[in-house]
Design a protein around this ligand. Sequence first.
Ligand code: SF4
Length: 479
Amino acid sequence: MVKENCGVVGIFSLSGTNVVPMAIDALRALQHRGQEAWGIAIPNKTPLKKLGLVSAASSEFKKISEEYKSSSVIGHVRYSTMGRSSLENAQPLKVKDLCVAHNGTIANVQELSNLVGGCSFTPQNASDTLVAAQRLVSLISENGQMGKALSILKNEMIGSYCFTFISDDNSVYAARDPKGFRPMVLGHKESDDTFIVASESSAISAVGAKLQRDVSPGELIRLSKNGLETERFSDDATRAHCSFEFTYFAHPSSKMEGTNIYVSRKRIGQFLAKKFPIPDADLVIPVPDSARPAALGYAQELGVSFDEGLLKDRYSKKGPLRSFIEPHQTDRVEINRWIIPIREIIDGRHVVVIDDSLVRGTSSKAIIKALRRAGARKISMLITYPQINFPCYAGIDFPSQQELATYTNGKDMTPDEITEMVRRDIGADFLGYNDAENLANAVGIPKDSMCFTCSSGNYDSLGVTPDFKSREEIKGEAS
Ligand code: SF4
């Protein structure tokens, strides 16, 4: 199955400005949410889709902006759980006269496909986005309105979703799932009276627009020649904002649920310092890049030196990319090879290394090995995200338990025993995880309004406890 997290954007200009260059800039500002493929769609034209980074097509931007000239557009950057990064799976997807871009995961795609006449879903041949879009289009034709169709679809669909849509009648829509798992914001550019909805405010800043507000969970926004219209397709008041966005996924410049991500991460570091005040630390270093503000916050709180002991080699082919969201293990290892320790900073010191999360352990193991090679006397590793013990069915790529560093293979173990098992595996002298309470307090959002399912195993916010599957089954690669 193709599952999407990704970044989405939707733009409509009331002054008739060609907004395709803006969409390209917005997608570049969302690149950290997906590095595998990108695309745009305008009314009455087949979507344009390309593999790789947006910047890789920079020589074609002028041509694309002329060929796809439009005052309305949606766009997408893709990050999947599937190894095959084919163009066919890139978005936006087109179903009849509706193009769709999706950030999230539809957890019950198999069941949903049974509601779609003539849709023979198999994990190999369709994405959750395509199934949801097909069902939505049939509900729109039965009910006449997007809002009504979504209010039915939300009861049939389990999972997380932020959608942008564009229809051939030149309307842009944006919808955020009722629990607000994935982020979505609204902005406006006054100079050419242009509205923009996007996964993150980094995209809104990139086009020179002003952030207006978060799109409310359960809200449907329509942008058309009538301006901005809004309605609710769900009255669910419970929230499950993905806590992982705050430690890893989102861009540090972005503002989410009223909180700036950089400031949140720095505060998470301060809170982590209170939980784990490592007494004989010589130095605090971040794992680049997401953990940098937390490491700074930790160091400042305890009055310990902060330094950049690990650098990403930005001149290598894979170095500047983010390793966690790479779909292939070999690519993840390749990226970690280009995190380089600075011996002159590390040698002979007790290093506290701060990372944003420990999922598979791949990066941590490689980093600790590199720090030992650079002469570290002692290595304490602190993780700003709580222990990840369960798969995510709401849009982040850790779908199977087996691949998690905390996997106990059926053995009954306490969280402390699991931490000790992981510590030994990655080779650190000390390993400490943040906890959900601490993280929520640092971010400033009530804990029960955030999703911590991957840590707690409580799938209540999703509404079902999924049957855990292997990565191969989920990706449709099982024989
Ligand atoms: S399970 Fe974890 S990664 Fe997935 S949405 Fe919830 S907090 Fe985010």
